[in-house]
Design a protein around this ligand. Sequence first.
Ligand code: SF4
Length: 205
Amino acid sequence: MRSLPDLCNEIKNCKKCDLQFSRKKPVCGFGGSQSTIMIIGEAPGAKEDEMGKPFVGRSGKLLDATLEASLIPKARVYLTNSVRCRPKVGETPKNSEIRACSPYLRDEIEAIVPRVIVPMGNSAIRALGEIMNNDFGKVTEISGSIYYCKKAFIVPQFHPAAILRNPKRSVKFRENFETISQLARDVEIDPLDAIVRNYDVKVVS
Ligand code: SF4
């Protein structure tokens, strides 16, 4: 298994898909190797592409504010994306690009072993499904549902960019993060069967 710094070096030199041509800087994951929660976004935006860091633009600011309001310390969170290079303006990652980039996400999950994984938006849900061999569905249908799959609780959520476009979803977005906050605390102390019962978890084998 590769360490996170080795993984980041590989990402910085990666040419496995066409997104290598639209990026300025590839964006590695960011956060502690012992993080309880992994948050997966779609792809780097303009600011992330400039700075080479995830979630530093408007979506990142909304995410930061929501984490703080939900009492989730940033130190417990690892941030990453379904693809590490910025697509062309106005485009979302293609399935082939998500597939090409998914080994990096798999390696991050193996290195960090997060107890709670939050894929935000359809690209992130597809990327996680690629690794977990499961079709979770679309974010409009499953936002806020809780799955238990390969020893992690998975809570799909809208991407903050979708909340900025449609603020009507912001209440549900915040409520989901409050649930994630409580779940992340409970997984450290409660037995698995109690959590599965208390949170209406769908177990995926
Ligand atoms: S998006 Fe992923 S697979 Fe494609 S070039 Fe960038 S790091 Fe490589």
